[in-house]
Design a protein around this ligand. Structure first.
Ligand SMILES: [Zn+2]
Length: 502
């Protein structure tokens, strides 16, 4: 039974506004865990019921749903769809025992080849954490095996014990001190006297943590929204203009680029579709696997103009030696990596993944020599005797149907490379044929004279801009590519207004 997470909030009753909250380790750990969630996890969580209605997470929600609707035959292997819909959190160990952890990951299952001899080869056998994949010998990797000495992370969570934080309504966080208390409410929050102030002690439920996640993605005052208004205050969201799309100082376009064909509607300046090969589609799909903190890192803390940006920037400034469990945790939170096996060789962004855990398989015959006992170990095992055999295992590339080992450069992508795909403005991905394109255009009822085709090359800069737009807007392609297509600003603002009123 989870213990309660208590929070003291300070309210300005006159303005019906939360000034700030005072919280300890348990609440801060939960809030920081948001930065470790892959975008697919967030899309799934905010689409569940809590005290606050379900919310849409920009175009990421439609992207997630479109993957769920794609047939398995579009993907290299059955593992690909699972990697996109249930990507692993690379910081799972830190989150799994948190009070009211809102996303409990499925236990990681290790599978080896059905043929014992395959896992006893001195050159090393194969290992996978995904079901229904084949070994290089042609048999399935479906024999479950346990990891004997899983490295335990001593103290769960991120924040040091016995530290208190003050969290502003916009989720900027400061260690709580008397000095901050005097400076913050009186001056920064424009408070003249204490008469309208009220303290409220609350015990948070799991549902309220979900409320907080929802509000923090789309609002600049999530604490007021969840505690006082009980709904996100959409009216606070600023319309997106081109200027808001400045994506920080990023390196000049270099490395991988993909070419896509865009179909624009001239009368509205909106991009209707992008057509591309599997590389482009994999690039869009890979958004689902990125941890939120990693996206913030790439966009230099200017991701959604929401309070998550403020949270992220506060952590950048936090003295990790004093306020976090260990000094390396700050780096892990502000630059979270992809989980191991999730890197793509053709990725446009330089996203690192967790290192290979270097797993060995220990096998020995049972007493009657009719079978084997086996277990995995990630550490030097002191109990191996002369009768046991210890061989290194290699991870199978989850996208390989022929038993190829996973290399340092990552996997080959998700979608079969022979096909072409269509991606709509809100990132719905579908395989495309000339017949399907014509039928969609005729359904839309747009005269061909109103359509225009353009070819654009997408590199790091264009890619980041689409990613940024996808977090807040249901027109990820139009808004993300506008700075590169020179679409009129007025049109963009109009597009955003329509999104809000919907
Ligand atoms: Zn095998």
């Amino acid at each position: 039974m989870a213990t309660k997470i208590s929070l003291r909030i300070l309210i300005d009753e006159e303005k019906n506004k939360v000034l700030f909250a005072q919280a300890g380790k348990d609440f801060m750990d939960i809030v920081l865990s948001f930065l470790t969630f892959p975008l697919a996890t967030i899309a799934k969580l905010v689409n569940t019921e809590s005290n606050i209605e379900k919310v849409r997470f920009g175009s990421i929600s439609t992207l997630y749903e479109s993957v769920a609707n794609l047939g398995e035959q579009q993907f290299w292997t059955p593992a690909c769809k699972k990697m996109l819909l249930q990507p692993r959190n690379s910081m799972e160990e830190y989150c799994q025992n948190l009070n009211h952890n809102i996303h409990v990951a499925e236990d990681l299952k290790f599978l080896i080849c059905d043929d014992w001899h395959c896992s006893r080869q001195s050159s090393g056998g194969l290992l996978t954490t995904f079901s229904n994949l084949k070994c290089s010998c042609g048999k399935f990797l479906s024999q479950a095996i346990s990891l004997a000495d899983k490295q335990k992370i001593d103290n769960e969570g991120f924040v040091a014990e016995a530290v208190t934080f003050s969290i502003a309504d916009d989720l900027s966080v400061k260690p709580d001190s008397f000095q901050n208390f005097i400076c913050q409410p009186m001056n920064l929050l424009g408070l003249e006297d204490f008469n309208s102030i009220k303290f409220m002690d609350v015990n948070l439920t799991r549902g309220e943590i979900l409320d907080l996640l929802k509000c923090s993605l789309i609002s600049e005052s999530p604490l007021t929204d969840m505690f006082l208004l009980k709904k996100p205050s959409f009216e606070n969201i600023k319309p997106i203009g081109v200027l808001d799309f400045h994506i920080g100082t990023i390196e000049e376009n270099q490395g991988k680029k993909v070419e896509v064909k865009l179909v624009l509607r001239k009368s509205t300046n909106k991009i209707l579709f992008a057509f591309g090969d599997a590389d482009f589609t994999d690039f869009i799909l890979s958004f689902l696997t990125f941890p939120l903190g990693g996206v913030e890192h790439m966009l230099k803390g200017n991701s959604c103009g929401s309070s998550i940006d403020n949270l992220y920037k506060s952590i950048l400034e936090l003295d990790s030696d004093t306020y976090l469990k260990s000094s390396d945790l700050k780096d892990k939170l502000v630059k979270p990596k992809l989980a191991h096996q999730f890197k793509l060789r053709n990725q446009l962004f330089p996203f690192d993944e967790m290192p290979d855990p270097n797993i060995f398989c220990v096998t020995r015959h049972n007493r009657r020599r009719t079978g084997f006992h086996a277990y995995l170990t990630a550490l030097e095992d002191p109990y191996i005797d002369s009768k046991a055999l210890c061989v290194p295992l290699k991870f199978l590339e989850p996208q390989s149907s022929t038993g190829e080992a996973y290399g340092d450069c990552g996997g080959r992508g998700f979608m079969k490379s022979l096909a072409f795909y269509m991606v709509t403005d809100d990132l719905v991905v579908t395989p495309c044929t000339s017949v399907s394109v014509i039928s969609i255009l005729s359904k839309l009822g747009i005269p061909s004279s109103d359509l225009e085709e353009r070819i654009i090359t997408i590199g790091n800069k264009e890619g980041l801009s689409i990613l940024k737009a996808s977090l807040t807007s249901s027109s990820a392609l139009t808004n993300g590519l506008a700075p590169f297509l020179k679409v009129k600003v007025e049109t963009l603002l109009k597009v955003k207004d329509e999104n809000i009123s919907n």
